[in-house]
Unconditional design. Structure first.
Lengths: 301, 301
């Protein structure tokens, strides 16, 4: 599982920092999460192939999470994309995109599917044989969702020496991986447990931005491999969290601790701060597995 | 008069090139012309003070000329702007911006005035004591205007030695500059021509992008100090001009020649070309005062 941070600063794009966008690669699937202005350039810069992006998840309709979407959609058209594109985001996202396409007289040639979200309860919004994606309702100034990406349980792993020992035909390997027992030519039944090991552990990634401190999401993100949680402010400005609907580094770490996550990745820093290592310092007073996101950083889990 | 090219490539923003946006400084006024994605970052990079921008002119609603506008408007709000902002562009521009502000629940605190254009005839759309701005109807795939910026005629210039010689009180300087004669204490009338020289010559700048070859605009831009004219294609692809509604370098130069402009500035290059000096080479076969725009380049006229 790999996360490439394309942008992780709040509010406005600047010369050397970008608003929120990140690419998650999980179980060989790729997902773009949020799409602030300039995301298409960041994708190019970090050599993410445009054609691999089939699903885009937008947390909320503030500009720093969303204003790069129309440009990306248009660029896909100019590059003669034909694969379908799925957009998941708050109700209204379709109207905004469709209006701008209409005004430019340039409708996409590829199928563009909008999945507009309105529920305040967590729901599964995408599922295939590899991954499921579930919303994480967040508390912000506008309707906002985080997203939980979770691998599907994989096949059991063959113990090759055992399988070869019984001289089992390769044609049966697939059903063994699926957990089936095997009947040998002489009628002996070999139990699956003898031939296989547990599947690889399931990995999961929770993206939570933007949100104020809210423990309601803890059960949803319990034990995830990695949690990206916004930390807009340091303790020196924690009085701004409530009114702006954001979290401090300490609050993000408190959620991570309560949810017993594997690693906490901090981001969505207010652009008032020069030194983002302070976020890690403050978060580590509460939780000890903390990473700081920065534009261009790649995390492997 | 100074033009700062923030972006001058067509179609999509890329790692090292930007879509159309430029800043014109004329007679101490500043105008932003077009606003492709990433324009706000380009403004920061080139140290154009956001607060100086009071008028933004959008030629047409294709993304590479327009998708950076909503982000810039939002950033102005975040920076607590209070000065009014005037936006000039095709009908529909207001709906697109207002919808996105509404969706993000963040209306601007500063006055935002839209001047929507629908006329196919040239018209004066802005005028103050320093500058007038007139539309130049262009022929593109969607409704599109160029813009002609023209200094107002300045005051006549005092010949200080003469004025001092007549011992004229400073209180009269302003009316002398405005062209008035002066009656001395002894009743002698001194003609204005004796005290002043002609005003500085009027400068003017015509922005013409995007457009196919069209001589109809020649009378409008006759004799301008500088003409920015799109040249999307080289001769090798001139067959694409008609269908895409664009011009070649040779066509841009032909317009410049017919309009007897001071300098032709080429731009809006198709991103298929690696070497933009070829545009200058081809244009110079027709017209000899050619400059090639490039991102970050500053022209003084």
């Amino acid at each position: 599982m790999r996360v490439t941070i394309l942008g992780c600063y709040s509010a406005t794009p600047r010369t050397f920092t970008n608003p929120t966008a990140q690419v998650l690669e999980i179980n060989n699937q790729i997902f773009l999460i949020d799409c602030g202005e300039g995301t298409q350039v960041q994708l190019r810069r970090h050599k993410i192939k445009f054609s691999r992006i089939k699903h885009i998840f937008i947390s909320h309709l503030h500009g720093d999470h969303f204003y790069g979407l129309i440009g990306l959609i248009s660029t896909f058209r100019l590059l003669k994309r034909d694969a379908p594109l799925h957009i998941y985001g708050p109700k209204g996202i379709k109207e905004a995109i469709v209006l701008q396409l209409k005004l430019s007289n340039s409708w996409t040639d590829y199928p563009l599917h909008f999945h507009e979200l309105t529920s305040k309860e967590s729901e599964v919004i995408h599922e295939d044989e590899h991954v499921s994606v579930t919303t994480i309702p967040l508390q912000h100034r506008v309707y906002c969702n985080g997203f939980l990406f979770k691998e599907k349980e994989g096949d059991r792993r063959l113990i090759l020496s055992k399988v070869l020992n019984y001289n089992i035909d390769k044609a049966y390997y697939r059903s063994i991986k699926k957990g089936k027992d095997i009947t040998l030519d002489d009628g002996t039944i070999v139990k699956n447990e003898e031939l296989t090991e547990e599947p690889n552990p399931i990995k999961s990634y929770a993206f939570c931005s933007d949100t104020k401190y809210d423990e309601a999401k803890v059960p949803l993100i319990k034990g995830v491999t990695a949690l990206y949680h916004e930390s807009t402010f340091l303790e020196s400005h924690k009085h701004l969290c409530e009114t702006t609907g954001h979290s401090s580094a300490v609050e993000a770490a408190t959620i991570a601790k309560k949810a017993e996550v594997g690693t906490l990745v901090l981001g969505h820093y207010s652009t008032r701060y020069g030194d983002i290592s302070l976020f890690k310092e403050e978060a580590e007073t509460v939780f000890d597995k903390v990473e700081v996101a920065d534009d261009g950083k790649v995390f492997e889990f």
